[in-house]
Design a protein around this ligand. Structure first.
Ligand code: NCD
Length: 352
């Protein structure tokens, strides 16, 4: 049992197995779950734009018989009057049974969990993590390929700012025999803290720049969008957009049973002609995402309300990541995560 889902590292494969078996049961017997969250309410705090993820959570909660309140436009909230995240969460958690939060600030969900009396789910925090997208990706791989391990997966595109791939790597490394091929231009390669982590934990990975040359080896291709909104300099984005474009023609070189995934939305990295290819599974992925979120909410919304306890590992070092939640919410205790030396307990960037 977990209390919050902030980083995908928070969960074990045993927990995943339980969640996946609920997912399979929901898939087969959806009617058994129509009252699983009856009388419960989910708060949906989207401080950053979303259609897929916020609708997916809302639909999941409604299918479980629960209610939803929230916003997708922070301009309509007290945050625009200068209310702190801590106070927003104290108030919102008093009204709800689970809080789902998305923010452009890295570590925002971790910060929220410090003040919430109900479970907190990270629906994406800046370029850091997106753990429920990863649950979606795992469920899709398991459903379509029968198991998760024993694959060569190509992660292609913006591995620097793309939070989905950070969470996906952290999750897949818990399964046997996964080989990663990181397909990215040098400017968009995985952040150092991720690469250090992959080296430290002995992951089997290579970094390449050519999608075409890599395609024939892949069992799963995970395409991603270049994250325009996260570039500090828009000209850098303009130079890099369109760097990878998957087309039906290029797919001739790929294995006949390769699985093509994409967290969506797509921009120009995947042509519409790919959609008709039987290997294209990103719209199945969308549906599995809603079902795995049902499994998650059925578990989290039925937990007891608890007074949040403070985090024991604090430091007096300030995080220098300008989009770390601590820079926008300066009252937050400085948390330390001990992985790989000293890193920020919110955004995981190195403090040294
Ligand atoms: C992703 C995200 O928000 O990080 N979208 C999603 O949640 N499905 C991917 C993206 O925006 O590129």
């Amino acid at each position: 049992m977990i209390r919050n889902l902030i980083r995908i590292e928070d969960v074990t494969t045993q927990w995943w197995d339980g969640l996946y078996s609920t997912f399979c049961d929901i898939l087969e017997h959806p009617n058994d779950y129509v009252d699983a969250c009856r009388g419960k309410v989910m708060a949906s705090l989207f401080f950053e734009p979303s259609t897929r993820t916020s609708f997916s959570f809302q639909s999941a909660m409604q299918r479980l018989g629960g209610g939803v309140f929230g916003f997708t436009d922070p301009a309509t909230t007290s945050a625009s009057k200068g209310e702190t995240l801590a106070d927003t969460i104290r108030v919102v958690s008093a009204y709800s049974d689970a809080v789902v939060i998305r923010s452009k600030l890295e570590g925002a969900a971790q910060a929220a969990a410090l003040y919430s009396t109900v479970p907190v789910v990270n629906a994406g925090d800046g370029g850091h993590q997106h753990p429920t997208q990863t649950l979606t990706d795992l469920a899709t791989i398991a459903q379509l390929r029968g198991k998760i391990g024993g694959i060569t997966i190509g992660l292609c595109g913006d591995l620097k700012y793309g939070r989905t791939v950070h969470s996906l790597v952290m999750a897949l490394e818990k399964f046997d025999n996964v080989r990663f091929v990181l397909i990215t231009p040098p400017e968009l390669k995985m952040p150092d803290y991720m690469l250090d982590h992959m080296r430290r934990t002995g992951q089997n990975f290579t970094e390449v720049t050519s999608l075409e040359d890599t395609l024939p080896e892949l069992d799963v291709l995970y395409m991603t969008r270049i994250q325009r909104e996260r570039f500090p300099d828009y000209n850098d984005y303009l130079r890099l957009r369109g760097v990878y474009v998957l087309t039906k023609d290029k797919l001739r070189a790929a294995k006949s049973d390769m699985t093509i995934l994409h967290p969506l939305p797509r921009y120009d990295e995947m042509g519409y002609d790919v959609d008709d290819d039987p290997r294209a599974k990103y719209f199945d992925q969308v549906r599995y995402g809603m079902l795995i979120r049902m499994a998650l909410l059925a578990n989290l919304c039925n937990q007891k309300r608890e007074t949040p306890h403070s985090h024991p590992l604090t430091t007096n070092i300030n995080c220098t990541n300008p989009i770390c939640v601590t820079s926008a919410e300066p009252y937050l205790p400085r948390l330390l995560s001990l992985e790989g030396g000293q890193s920020c307990g919110y955004c995981d960037k190195s403090l040294i």
